[in-house]
Design a protein around this ligand. Structure first.
Ligand code: CMC
Length: 378
């Protein structure tokens, strides 16, 4: 057997062949099925982009309407899921609640018919439709309120914000939220997508695939970073404190949240769009001093770390946008999951099409032939 060099974090090692998305980290390009992210953010909707990713092509008008209609009619969650969620501790992190709820969905749809296109479509629709309802339901229930029923006259993003805040959102806010979902829906072979594909490769059900990916997304080096960005901006507190904060981080060799990326060595194209969305929100709904702190951070980090290719990533400005929408900080990552579920499902479908179970190897660096020591001699 050929012995390969061990690469921590599998850096640079292809884990799949995929036609879903493409990143050029040197030029700052991101494409979904060949279409530039900037164009989709301007012209598409989240559900249309989800369709594009999962079925490989932009839908016709009829196909899109049929998909939107199906999603609309699967938004409600079962009373038993809701009752289960009511038993979750209010102090628990919403990502943990989401992971448990997504896995629990699989208990209700246990028929696993992976070769049947109708089963694939039904699972895709159900997961995309119910995950926002579950995120909003947990948010209301942990405050002691009853969950709000989805409203059939509202679009996907407007309905989510309505279920979350118990009031109909401003149309600009709903559109900006929808664009945020487009920006977060897919991003090549990141940790949670890898996790989804490994789980999918065992031919388990799509609810287990999504639950495993949600668990992976929750960590602070992946989806959890935007939550930490907001905490960091609040801790810094003023523009004058930015430089000493960054110098201190660099001296302690600790990572500055919201900066750096395994692939991008320039500013993440999603961060550029998000920064623009943040500005639109501040213009209409009022200024936020954290934005000045964020801009100063970008300047100082560029001055100190541009040589290493460290620039703002998607998480740096997404937190500011979500906070301006009144979304609690610990819901930022579940919102990332609302978007990313469509990307994971695209990878699930692609993995099934040419499946081989993941079974990498390892470089063993432990002992051999060690005698068993009786307990009284240890
Ligand atoms: N602040 C300061 N220095 C950094 C940072 C940062 N945020 N990111 C990387 N570096 C430095 C790092 O110290 C190292 O320097 P040296 O070569 O002198 O030791 C060099 O850059 C390479 O860093 P690395 O940790 O080997 O890079 P990686 O590809 O393993 O890590 C990363 C990528 C995103 C995990 C990392 O940049 C990081 O931890 N960033 C902060 C957390 C964050 O914002 N995460 C969200 C990532 S984007 C969304 C997503 O894809 O999920």
């Amino acid at each position: 057997m050929m012995v390969c060099e061990y690469k921590p974090g599998l850096e640079g090692i292809p884990a799949a062949q995929s036609s879903i998305s493409y990143v050029d980290g040197q030029k700052g390009i991101l494409e979904y099925r060949g279409i530039r992210i900037e164009e989709l953010a301007e012209k598409s909707t989240f559900l249309e982009t989800a369709y594009l990713l999962i079925w490989g092509e932009l839908p016709s008008k009829q196909e899109l309407e049929a998909f939107e209609h199906e999603v609309l009619h699967h938004r409600r969650i079962k009373y038993r899921i809701r009752d289960m969620m009511k038993c979750f501790p209010e102090s628990g992190h919403p990502m943990d609640a989401l992971q448990a709820s997504a896995a629990a969905l699989g208990l209700f749809y246990s028929l696993r018919d992976l070769h049947n296109p109708a089963y694939i479509r039904d699972s895709v629709v159900r997961l995309i439709a119910t995950i926002p309802t579950m995120v909003a339901a947990f948010q209301l229930m942990r405050k002691g309120n009853d969950p709000v029923r989805p409203r059939d006259d509202l679009g996907y993003s407007a309905n989510f914000l309505y279920m979350l805040n118990e009031q109909e959102p401003d149309p600009l806010m709903a559109r900006i939220f929808d664009i945020c979902l487009i920006l977060q829906v897919e991003h090549t072979m990141n940790a949670s997508t890898f996790s989804a594909r490994v789980t999918a490769s065992t031919l388990t059900d799509p609810y287990a695939v999504v639950a495993s990916a949600v668990g992976t997304l929750g960590g602070p080096l992946h989806g959890g970073a935007n939550e930490e960005v907001i905490q960091m901006l609040d801790k810094i507190g003023s523009v004058e404190n930015v430089r000493p904060y960054i110098e201190d981080c660099l001296q302690r060799k600790s990572k500055i949240m919201g900066f750096g990326h395994r692939v991008y060595k320039v500013k993440d194209p999603r961060a550029i769009i998000l920064q623009n969305l943040a500005e639109q929100l501040f213009e209409k709904f009022g200024y936020d001093k954290s934005y000045d702190i964020a801009q100063e951070m970008e300047r100082v980090v560029e001055e100190k770390l541009a040589g290493k290719g460290i620039y703002p990533n998607v998480d740096f400005y997404s937190g500011l946008v979500y906070r301006k929408m009144g979304i609690p900080t610990d819901l930022f990552t579940p919102i990332f999951a609302i978007a990313r579920v469509a990307g994971w499902l695209a990878h699930w479908k692609e993995q099934l099409a040419e499946n081989r179970i993941f079974r990498p190897t390892q470089v063993y660096n432990g002992y051999h032939e060690v005698p068993y020591l009786p307990i009284d001699q240890r």
